[in-house]
Design a protein around this ligand. Structure first.
Ligand SMILES: [Zn+2]
Ligand SMILES: [Zn+2]
Length: 713
């Protein structure tokens, strides 16, 4: 029997071990020994295929792999399904930046050409991400690796959309959408950033009334002046048409009364511009019979359009300045409050001010879907951990607004809806993917497909049943509903809540039994990691230096559900010492058990029995902690046991006992038994070193890999 090397070199061991696991086939639940019957399923949150993994990804890989390895050893038929996300808009932005560096722009390209380039780019990245996941020790089933643009995923997405269209759960609506004129796409409410800013508030004379606004440039789209019905100052004007002087000549505007007008704001009178302000749009909807509808004055390019006279073609900021100047000249500005504080909406990607834009888009009617998703959590079909997130979930679901799922992007899943060019009004024919031969209304044959693509989250929200091939595949029948959705707390609404809604809608069952949310990874000073701060930890870099096991245990200890966790190179280095400690004690046991006969069970002393008894507690404690998703507690207890009990006490005390031929065999038995079982308990956390030692220890009835060993009891 060879000795364990003096020093453990993770770098030399890890790739070899991963290959051994892959060769075993046990990542695939269908290849596990027959005794693995009850399914246990986790769907990996698919990383974006536009960038290498960062340390945040390493957290989910670690926690999910712990659950998978633990349950596999518990005899479950474990499936961890990996994937990659095409990440529509996100990837498009990344790629557009690349193009810009080469002096190119997507607006100079054909759509197909752009799509193909991005496709190739993401496929290359997928390979990188896959290699990184392997480095992290992910024991996921690569035979089921899924891309969000795989044919069967798109097919499912189309079927869902068609069903929703047939049942009136998606509709074509003309609404004000959150539009970024730089990225030239609309966003869902969730994707918008809000910021408090100081801007000038202009008091503009509209005939006898003065209105206050921060956006004089939208005045060409005014369709009324509004006041509060009880405001004595303006009572006499309500219902009247006022003749007013403007920078582009005289016009008339009606004064309406609306309870939503705040008499305390400005002068208590406001202009109503339904095409460019969400509140004004709502006001118009309440006064449709009295006033004109939305008149758009800003185009999708962020410039004033043909409805603005001599200001046509100017950008918003520029037009605002010019209009105010011209109004001043005409004596139409009463005063300017330079310090007005208000909240504005920004594009989360480029910080451009969001322009509310009137557009026809596809919307999901969310209320009925939310109702079922609330019920599933209320009735404990799904449990969200930590528990306080359930409240947040309910609040969001209860206040949900209809979801705009149209995006004016090129990189994404096209929408299977065709507009009839013969019908006088907009008539859409929705299919489950195939181009229809005629219009469903007039049977005309001139059909044009919607140029928009789906919001990426619309397709990712179908991930649970799409990946498992709903409705007929055996995977769906075996592995759905899944057991745990482990993901970042900050995508609870973007992703988890919507997966709940769409999965229940299609399958009538909640997609997960548990949702486990983890927080952000911060640096040792609890600062957010960012490239500009230079405090980013590259997981591959630290793996190269300290090994994967050290990184994994550093990411586990101190990591509490829903809470941000701190990581530093020092912390990882510290746990590398633990890896070395485990190696050294194993080396000692290995050396001291060369003459150990594992077929004979020796008579144990009182001390021997006490060691085993004490270890039983550790086994119970670890099992309970893992069953309750208390990863940090489990890892910490094991760490302390190995270091402070097994190494410091048991091994130290054993030295004279091993030197005595009468007591040697019994103590050998105890040392091997406890170390062997400790390796099994540690395996989910530190898969590589535990496998390497396991392969060399003189254990009874060894499996080909520790991965399918039975969990100690
Ligand atoms: Zn933007
Ligand atoms: Zn038609």
């Amino acid at each position: 029997m060879a000795e364990l090397n003096k020093v453990y070199e993770a770098k030399k061991v890890e790739d070899r071990i991963y290959k051994l696991w892959e060769k075993s086939g046990f990542f695939n639940p269908d290849k596990l020994p027959k005794r693995h019957k009850t399914p246990f399923t986790i769907l990996m949150p698919p990383p974006n295929a536009n960038d290498p993994l960062h340390v945040g990804h390493a957290v989910f890989v670690t926690l999910e792999d712990i659950l998978i390895r633990y349950n596999r050893m518990q005899g479950k038929k474990t499936l961890w399904l990996p994937g990659a996300d095409h990440a529509g808009f996100e990837t498009q932005v990344v790629y557009e930046k690349k193009l810009a560096k080469q002096g190119r722009s997507r607006f100079d390209m054909k759509r197909e050409e752009f799509y193909k380039e991005v496709w190739n780019y993401t496929q290359k990245n997928r390979k990188t991400v896959k290699e990184q996941l392997k480095k992290l020790g992910a024991s996921c089933d690569w035979t089921r690796d899924t891309f969000t643009l795989d044919a069967h995923i798109i097919k499912t997405v189309y079927k869902t959309f068609k069903k929703m269209a047939d049942e009136g759960l998606v509709y074509r609506g003309e609404r004000l959408v959150n539009y970024c004129t730089k990225h030239r796409t609309a966003f869902a409410d969730l994707e918008i950033k809000h910021e408090t800013r100081k801007d000038p508030l202009y008091y503009m004379k509209y005939g006898p009334i003065v209105v206050a606004t921060v956006r004089p440039e939208t005045k060409f789209g005014d369709t009324a002046i509004a006041v509060h019905p009880d405001d004595k100052r303006y009572k006499k004007y309500i219902g009247k048409e006022l003749k007013i002087e403007t920078v582009v000549g005289k016009r008339t505007l009606k004064v309406i009364a609306d309870k939503e007008v705040d008499p305390e704001f400005g002068t208590g009178a406001v202009k109503v511009t339904p095409a460019h302000d969400a509140n004004d749009f709502a006001m118009w909807e309440r006064h449709k019979k009295e006033i004109e509808g939305p008149l758009q004055v800003i185009g999708l390019d962020g410039r004033l359009n043909e409805n603005t006279g001599l200001y046509e073609g100017m950008k918003v900021e520029e037009a605002r300045e010019k209009i105010v100047k011209d109004m001043k000249t005409k004596g139409l500005i009463e005063k300017i409050d330079e310090d007005y504080e208000h909240t504005i909406a920004l594009c989360y990607k480029c910080n451009n001010v969001i322009e509310p834009m009137l557009m026809r888009q596809w919307f999901v009617k969310t209320k009925p879907l939310a109702k079922e998703a609330i019920k599933a959590v209320k009735e404990k079909e799904t449990t969200i951990l930590p528990k306080n997130y359930e409240k947040i979930y309910f609040h969001w679901m209860n206040n949900i607004r209809d979801w705009n799922i149209s995006r004016q992007n090129w990189w994404g899943i096209s929408i299977p809806a065709w507009l009839c060019e013969d019908c006088p009004k907009d008539e859409w024919t929705v299919t489950d993917g195939k181009k229809p031969t005629y219009c469903s209304k007039c049977r005309g044959k001139n059909l044009k497909q919607d140029e928009d693509v789906f919001d990426t989250w619309f397709s990712s929200s179908q991930w649970p049943f799409a990946t498992l091939k709903y409705p007929n595949h055996k995977d769906f029948k075996t592995f759905y509903p899944t057991d745990v959705m482990e993901t970042a707390a900050d995508i609870l609404f973007f992703w988890v809540a919507r997966m709940m809604m769409l999965s229940i809608y299609q399958t009538k069952k909640a997609p997960f039994k548990y949702v486990y949310l983890h927080g952000l990874v911060r640096d040792k000073d609890r600062q957010k990691m960012s490239k500009s701060k230079g405090n980013v930890i590259d997981p591959l870099g630290v793996i190269d230096t300290y090994g994967t096991d050290a990184l994994r245990i550093a990411l586990t200890i101190g990591n509490m559900p829903g809470k941000d966790t701190a990581i530093s190179e020092d912390k990882i280095r510290g746990y590398r010492n633990f890896v070395n400690k485990l190696w050294n004690i194993s080396r000692f046991v290995h050396l001291e058990t060369k003459d150990y006969n594992q077929n004979k069970r020796p008579a144990l002393s009182v001390k021997d029995k006490a060691i085993l008894k004490n270890f039983e507690k550790i086994v119970k404690q670890t099992t309970k902690a893992l069953d309750e998703f208390r990863f940090s507690h489990a890892a910490e207890d094991l760490y302390h046991y190995i270091w402070h009990t097994y190494a410091d006490k048991v091994i130290e005390d054993s030295k004279p006992i091993l030197n005595n031929t009468k007591t040697r065999a019994a103590r050998q038995y105890v040392l091997v038994k406890v170390l062997g079982d400790s390796l099994k308990l540690l395996h989910p956390f530190m898969p590589f070193i535990t496998e390497e030692i396991y392969q060399q220890l003189p254990l009874q009835k060894k499996q080909t890999t520790i991965m399918i060993e039975s969990w100690p009891t």
